[in-house]
Design a protein around this ligand. Sequence first.
Ligand code: NAD
Length: 483
Amino acid sequence: MYGNLLTNVPTDLWIGGQWRKSSDNERFHVIDPATEQKIASVASASVEDAKAAIDAASHAFEGWAARKPRERGEVLRKAFELIMRDQERLAQLITIENGKALTDSRAEIAYSAEFFRWYAEEAVRNIGEVGRAPSSGARIFVHHKPAGVAVLVTPWNFPAAMATRKIGPALAAGCPVVLKPASETPLTMLTLMPILEEAGVPPGVVNVIPSRRSGMIVDAMLHDPRVRVVSFTGSTEVGRKLLHSSADHVLKTAMELGGNAPFLVFEDADIDVAIEGAMVAKMRNMGEACTAANRFYVHESVHDEFAKKLTDKMKALKMGNGLEDGVALGPLVNAEGRDKVASLVNDAVKKGAKVLTGGKAPDGRGYFYPATVLTNVPDSADLLHEEIFGPVASIQTFKTEDEVIKRANATEYGLVAYLYTKDLSRGLRVSEQLDFGMIGLNRGVVSDPAAPFGGMKQSGIGREGAHEGLMEFLETQYISVSW
Ligand code: NAD
């Protein structure tokens, strides 16, 4: 079934431009969520290996930071081209280790590569400023230096994009990195390493250390005085732990954490456009996205039409092994993820929600859960308060603009909100009152390498993409000058 895709997949640690076993020979298995089969045995980095990776990054720092910005940019541009050359192979690998449908994987690779193209262009735009101090008249000379060795920790839901979104700006800024990918999906990033080498990334500038001992090795790296930045994407719970650890050495931190996105459909929305957006906002990655629409609030006058049309679309999705043609809905990443979705749906149904389609995991192999639509969902249902991280759309109604803004904001998360209305002044008025870092106004997808991605409240600190993403890896230095 896998052809020769897995034959040459690297499974060791990539440190200082070389493959290494872990110091104590520990390994762990990677599982195909569609078949529950073991597909690889990967080296599990120890604290000693993590130290070796920081050694390699720290040796590479001076040389990489001293490269001319244009040279760094050209390496990144080349990386973009090589990833697109290998798009199909990389996409298939994502599907095998993560489960998502091949169309989603191809889109992820294209999106991942774009971070290298965008930051190839930003590498030459690290601009400072010069001013005069109002009282003394001295010159205020401001420039930005690479911050130092960066530790990157990424989740399994976008095995390529969550990493390139950090590696691109770090390399553009002049910072070497040590990446710890998620244990569920380490193969994609390991496979990317020879590609980055071919693009001209010098040894030690990018190191990848998968590990089953995440807590231990990340904590050790955050306490290494040579590390100056930690950039994390994952759950709010783990993000909080890393913020605590980062406090000891006062690290520069970027945190892309969980979400609980509301999706508002006003009575004047174009319902077909809203359905199209809902399908992307909910179903991209089978709902396993921090940006996934988690709570649908639909005006009571258009609720029935919206619910029926959404149900029809969800029913039409083909579920199966993501490698097969026509499949739109692959398995969830593991049994734990599938069981969590099932228990959230059961809780909502027990409390009074009505199932319009789906609602029960199929028997047999693979961590599948069907596309599900729930209406009449009561406020007490757990799925309104936590990330569902699965293909479940939960719909409630609302009556007034003020009421729905309050309900949308009633969460500790603040990553993204979506809203649909044909009235642009209402769209902007409501957007400004929503406490979310990103708003999709008549759009079901907001991710773009040229835009600042990130959350408010407990969804995170800092931004990825755009010029802001570059600044996460730079320190501002001000020189007070008399001349
Ligand atoms: P997770 O927090 O469990 O794991 C993320 C990464 O942290 C993995 O590499 C994991 O191995 C590592 N990790 C786990 N425990 C650790 C510890 N104690 N110390 C150091 N590292 C540790 O998240 P996940 O289940 O992989 O991903 C899903 C979560 O990621 C969801 O909450 C989702 O919303 C979030 N996410 C956020 C964004 C964003 O940009 N805001 C994007 C994608 C995913």
